[in-house]
Design a binder for this molecule. Structure first.
Ligand code: PLP
Length: 512
């Protein structure tokens, strides 16, 4: 194609577009059909993946067909297959099948949901989603909120709202730079509090140290008496506490803090109560789990991520804020061009006034379509299935001599350790061998078990640190995962553990 050839920039005609579309839909359908048989992790060396994309900035355009060939040749094969039923890494929604269609439609209409005028139906779809999410977890239908790119931005949005609403200083103009300001502080449980809250404090220029870590109890949940003591001590030191963050489904063990007791503490002291339910808040829609969430509905704000346990593909986070007016107070902007010429009516609701983004995509469509597809009852079935899988995994761990539990199974994230039975006995009855050596050996064993299983393509999982010790961590966040998948992966972990232990034991200088 020569530079003067305008055909390369002409709109694709509708017949060709249909062919490209049919080919893409076939690709997606084949992908879903074969997902169970794909190795979960990329089966290539990192250098090969890097090399595949080493191409110059195209001077002249290519045919869309050739570009789709490239997607098939090296984009999809070099992916990690998060939609696999054996993907247990991080906390990733497995991707519901209507969503790629929704994303294609959203990109087609290309509404900017920053404002009502550029996105009348887009805005209303999102408002409806927020209302439905609120109702699903027991909030009143008039709860405010918006969809965000993810949990980090949801936490950020809520904490900025908290800062504006609960501190005595006006921070919108001068930020935190005014003279003689106290240190504004946020409280979160020590072990399981999520790093995104620390990042939000950083982005708010409060400093990471503003997040005060409250000691946890044996079950990893917040010790509320310790929280009260810290609040008193910090106030006595001149700090200004303004927010407490409770976890509803924590990152390593799905712990749910005593939300009702935290709500009492916040109500007594006029502190903002935020619940980080990015992973687990949606569990409240299942009647038999409701009692775990008592008090969540008293929160001023809740983070919950449809791109986690509602299985929606990226990106789709959400924050609910009890009073929409607080979001308006926090984010309202005045820029003359935004007002346009069309008279505003009370129905017209501009999301750019309620959150950090101005231009916004139509991420609500995939959520709206999927909520309509499954309904609450369908979602309840899927959420129960994840919890059943986690409980089944716990029973396998419990029954196996060489595995050790580190937690009660709570929701869908479950951590556990491979600890050879004989070493467990040695650890219980300290021997001549330094304990630190055994701990280090078991830590390395767990890391290598995860690495080998991931490299083999059988499953994707990560390790994490539980009270300073390396543990295997499985986030069972796929609506495709079955109890059989859990058994297959558990067997793979057990076999890998036994083999590595046998290979390593002698050279590690430990009893064989
Ligand atoms: C409890 C919790 N909060 C917040 C986040 C951040 O969410 P995101 O990765 O969507 O920004 C996560 C991510 O895993 C999380 O587990």
């Amino acid at each position: 194609m020569t530079p003067s050839d305008e055909s390369s920039v002409a709109e694709i005609d509708s017949e060709r577009f249909r062919d490209l579309g049919y080919r893409t839909v076939d690709l997606i359908a084949d992908y879903y059909e074969g997902i169970r048989d794909r190795p979960v992790y990329v089966q290539a060396e990192p250098a090969d993946v890097v090399a595949a994309f080493e191409e110059p900035l195209p001077e002249n355009g290519e045919d869309p067909e050739t570009i789709l060939d490239a997607v098939e040749e090296y984009v999809i094969p070099y992916a990690t297959h998060n939609p696999s039923p054996r993907y247990f890494g991080f906390v990733m929604g497995s991707g519901t099948a209507l969503a790629p269609l929704a994303d294609a439609i959203a990109a087609t209409v290309n509404m900017n949901t920053g404002g009502w005028h550029p996105a009348p139906s887009g805005t209303e779809v999102e408002r409806r989603c927020i209302r439905w999410l609120a109702e699903a977890i027991g909030f009143t239908p008039d709860t405010g909120g918006l969809l965000t790119s993810g949990g980090t931005m949801a936490n950020f949005t809520a904490l900025l709202a908290a800062l504006r609403d609960r501190t005595n200083y006006e921070t919108t103009g001068s930020g935190l730079q005014g003279a003689d300001r106290p240190r504004y502080t946020i409280y979160m449980v020590d072990h399981e509090g999520h790093s995104s809250v620390v990042r939000a404090a950083d982005m708010l220029n409060l400093g990471r140290d503003a997040v005060r870590r409250v000691p946890s109890r044996d079950d990893f949940t917040m010790d509320v008496t310790a929280l009260e003591r810290m609040l008193e001590a910090d106030r006595a030191n001149g700090d200004e506490p303004f927010c407490v963050v409770g976890q509803a489904g924590s990152i390593n063990v799905s712990a749910i803090d005593p939300l009702d007791a935290i709500a009492d503490v916040c109500a007594e002291r006029d502190l903002w109560f935020h619940v980080d339910g990015a992973c687990g808040a949606v569990g409240a829609m299942v009647p038999e789990f409701e009692s775990r969430y008592v008090g969540m509905q008293r929160a001023d704000s809740v983070t919950l991520d449809p791109h986690k346990w509602l299985f929606i593909p990226y990106e789709c986070g959400a924050v609910l804020v009890r009073e929409q007016t607080v979001l308006a107070k926090t984010f309202a902007m005045d820029a003359s061009y935004l007002r346009g010429s069309i008279a505003e009516t009370p129905e017209e609701f501009d999301y750019y006034e309620f959150g950090p983004q101005m231009s916004r995509g139509f991420r609500a469509l995939k959520l709206w379509m999927t909520l309509k597809q499954y309904g609450l009852e369908g979602y309840r079935t899927l959420l129960r299935k994840s919890v059943d899988c986690a409980e089944h995994l716990d029973s396998l761990v419990d029954a196996h001599d060489d595995f050790a539990t580190v937690q009660e199974p709570n929701l869908f994230i479950y951590s556990f350790r491979y600890v050879p039975a004989d070493l467990r006995e040695v650890l219980a009855d300290p021997p001549a061998i330094p304990l630190a050596r055994i701990h280090q050996y078991v830590d390395e064993l767990n890391q290598s078990i995860a690495d080998e299983v991931v490299q083999s393509g059988l499953a994707f999982l990560t390790t994490t640190s539980i009270r300073g010790r390396r543990a295997l961590r499985m986030s069972i966040c796929s609506h495709r995962t079955t109890v059989e998948d859990i058994e297959t992966v558990f067997d793979g972990l057990a076999e890998t553990g036994a083999r590595l232990d046998e290979e390593w034991r002698e050279s590690a200088g430990l009893p064989v």
